[in-house]
Design a protein around this ligand. Structure first.
Ligand code: GLA
Length: 730
């Protein structure tokens, strides 16, 4: 039983294979977070978690009998307005203008399995035996507000999935201003705040900073998870490495405005919170209504960042991703974007498809520019009708010709956006997010459709299904090329405008759900100006996401390194592109570009006719290699062997099969060095006592390879690829 309740002590123990999460009901009223960390078998009295000073300095006490102020207690679901002055998980205003909520424990319920979250993406259990869920109910006696906290414990993952449901059980409208998905605690502040920061084409670079008596937060106010921050944070002991040290990971399954925060109190306890960003948020909850907050997933690892990442990878790859391509092998694709941009016609596309087929590629993706009269990025978004000037036989005609070559066919859409120069905008200007009487802010010349509107979603569903039904389309790239400003919805009354951003997300998820249900075999790839919406919300619908518009192999080392802290390798859309690279101007060998792109869902994005014969041969071999190692790279355990943010001389990473009988080490000599010292890369995850053949030759024990390391070849020239294949010899 992964969830146990000790009636006498009023303590809930949530047990994963290697971790425990413990909650207690203090004085029969307050739900406290007592422990999270390495698995413990018993948790007796909760007294030792209560601070020495019950009421320190200027704290207030909200209950006469209580020795403790809530300001010093590890409140599992802290509310604004009472004696707890730290940042709350919940803040609401009531009809009399007051904003105090006091939630007391009511009861609990444990059941097998895991229910879906209404309208929101979430992890799932495939059957009732895989997981157990605890629901704890809290209630505010004055207003009738009921809060249900939900905790799912998976039998085979060291992860806890948390979410919150709020029910208005009273008779007045409740104006919710903030509702976060998870609050948890560290009981001292000797930790570093680790997060993924970036920019367009430089996404998810790892950053670390020590905690002090202050608040560190990352967030998004862009109605998109964004290139700038990712809905993920980790708190790690200083000097934590890939293999050692305590790490607490916290991620949110949501694609909109989020906040992830570590707040250190005057008593040095740290409150960790994650959820929808309260900034600009509001929700009017009428009597009898419910609000479901997104799911947060917590992972504790005792053995460093690597262990945390591998838990996230496996959970999200197998119990967040869905559909045929969760498990089925993904096709090697060729995308025409960097080969042609908007300048193509049917002949050019077929030419690319023919060359791609000869080299072993399997799927032709037609990117932006096939609809309306889109010869540049300043028009036609919303007009999802084939441009017959470029494609005289339509999408169906092109798809038939591509299929006849023995290739699959895929298509780009940017459903959420609208150009002012479009028939759609001329017919429905009010469908675009903008404030009447104000000039809207444009980005890439475009506006955004209000996905919170049913009529907008119905239009998009009708247009997309008309095209998808008309041709054999096996892949869709779902792009979104700007962030949202001028947040407003023409269909919401004044008092509900704070709901617009979250309603946008709910609408987007609703449309995606309708499409994936109708086309369960369709491979969807998420995208947002590269990796601007590389998040777990989108991963629920699209098992791969374009990781970055920066395809330069050297820059990708850092992007893919940071991305791998939380997101599985199979999710990372990664392509070999042309040199000089279109984003950085750097020239790297095609072999190296291939090696880096293989740490992801692999493809090509360049004019194949510009490759030399030698490079074409190289590409053919690369595709064979990728397919040979597909199971290792997509289903194996991933190990980061070096940190490219710190080591600018060489990089290495490794995939190990689940049974540890095979491993693939890939790497790059970044910069060449004369008289450079020898480099030994200790590999990881092998069976210590087994013998492994390295590149079909040298046989060494797992222990020797893990301690002595592999000899990294020094070569002349920059950006040289390195590969070692290790196979157990029996
Ligand atoms: C975004 C994507 C690119 C490409 C273009 C098309 O920038 O990230 O891959 O699809 O849009 O406009």
């Amino acid at each position: 039983m992964p969830i146990q309740y000790d009636q006498k002590e009023q303590v809930f123990m949530l047990q994963t294979p290697k971790t425990s999460y413990v909650l207690g009901v203090y004085e029969g009223k307050y739900l406290l977070h007592l422990y999270y960390g390495k698995r413990i078998e018993r948790y007796a009295a909760m007294q030792h978690r209560l601070p020495t000073h019950g009421i320190n300095g200027f704290s207030a006490t909200d209950v006469e009998e209580s020795k403790y102020s809530t300001n010093v207690l590890p409140m599992e679901f802290p509310c604004y307005g009472s004696a707890d002055y730290r940042s709350p998980a919940f803040h609401a205003e009531y009809e009399d203008g007051s904003a105090v909520t006091k939630l007391f424990y009511q009861g609990y319920h444990i059941e097998s399995g895991k229910k879906p979250l209404c309208g929101l993406p979430a992890t799932y259990a495939e059957n009732e035996l895989e997981a157990e869920t605890l629901e704890i109910t809290l209630k505010d006696a004055v207003t009738g507000l009921v809060v249900v906290l939900s905790y799912t414990v998976f039998n085979s993952f060291d992860a806890i999935a948390k979410s919150v449901r709020v029910q208005n059980g009273g008779d007045q409208t409740i104006n919710i201003k903030s509702l976060l998905s998870s609050t948890s605690y560290l009981f001292d502040k000797d930790y570093e705040f680790v997060h993924l920061a970036g920019a367009w084409a430089r996404e998810r670079h790892i950053q670390k900073q020590p905690l002090q008596n202050s608040t560190i937060l990352i967030d998004s106010k862009r109605v998109s998870s964004s290139h700038m921050h990712s809905p993920f944070m980790a708190l790690a002991r200083p000097y934590t490495t890939e293999t050692q040290g305590d790490v607490y990971g916290c991620s949110l399954i949501y694609s909109g405005n989020f906040i992830a925060r570590a707040e250190t109190s005057e008593l040095d306890t740290v409150r960790l919170s994650i959820g929808i960003n309260p900034f600009g948020f509001g929700w009017c909850l009428n009597p009898g209504e419910e609000f479901q907050a997104p799911e947060a997933v917590l992972v504790y690892a005792a053995n460093g960042f690597g262990e945390m990442s591998r838990t996230y990878h496996k959970l999200y790859r197998t119990r967040l991703c869905r559909g045929k391509f969760r498990d089925a092998e993904r096709p090697v694709l060729i995308n025409n974007w960097e080969a042609t941009y908007f300048d193509f016609n049917e002949e050019k596309i077929l030419d690319i498809a023919k060359s791609a087929k000869k080299l072993g590629m399997e799927l032709l993706v037609l990117d932006d520019g096939w609809f309306g009269k889109r010869d540049s990025d300043n028009c036609s978004l919303g007009d999802w009708v084939t441009d017959r000037r470029k494609l005289p036989d339509g999408i169906d005609g092109l798809a038939k010709k591509v299929t006849a070559l023995g290739m699959q066919f895929g298509l780009w859409f940017e459903p959420e956006c609208i150009s002012e120069d479009s028939d759609l905008y001329r017919a429905h200007p009010d469908w675009a997010i903008q404030i009447p009487g104000r000039q809207p802010n444009r980005s890439r010349y475009q506006l955004i459709l209000d996905m919170g509107r049913e009529d907008v979603r119905d239009y998009l569903y009708e247009r997309m299904t008309a095209i998808l039904d008309s041709a054999n389309i096996e892949y869709v790239k779902w792009d979104m090329n700007r962030h949202i400003s001028d947040v407003y919805s023409a269909v919401l009354p004044k008092e509900r405008q704070g709901e617009a951003s979250h309603r946008y997300m709910l609408g987007l998820y609703d449309l995606l759900e309708r499409l994936v249900s109708r086309y369960p075999d369709l491979l969807l790839e998420g995208c947002s100006g590269g990796g601007g919406r590389f998040d777990l919300g989108m991963l629920y619908y699209s098992p791969q996401i374009w990781c970055s518009d920066d395809t330069d192999a050297v820059e990708r080392l850092s992007v893919q390194y940071g991305t791998s802290f939380c997101y599985p390798i199979s999710a990372v859309g990664s392509h070999v592109s042309a040199v000089p690279n279109h984003q950085t101007g750097r020239i790297t060998p095609v072999e190296t570009r291939g090696t880096v792109a293989m740490a992801g869902s692999f493809g090509y994005e360049l004019d194949l006719n510009l490759l030399s014969d030698g490079e074409k041969e190289e590409v053919k071999e690369q595709i064979k290699t990728f397919k040979k190692y597909y199971n290792l790279t997509h289903e194996g355990e991933y190990y980061r062997l070096t940190n490219p943010m710190e080591n600018r001389l060489y990089a290495a990473w490794e995939f190990v099969s689940q049974d540890q009988s095979e491993a693939l080490v890939h790497g790059m000599q970044i910069l060449a060095q004369p008289s450079g010292p020898s480099i030994h890369i200790p590999v990881r995850g092998l069976k210590a006592d087994a013998m492994y053949e390295v590149n079909g030759e040298l046989v060494r024990s797992g222990r020797a390879l893990m301690h002595g390391g592999l000899n990294f070849p020094r070569q002349t020239g920059d950006f040289k690829a390195v590969e070692f294949y290790l196979k157990e010899v029996k």
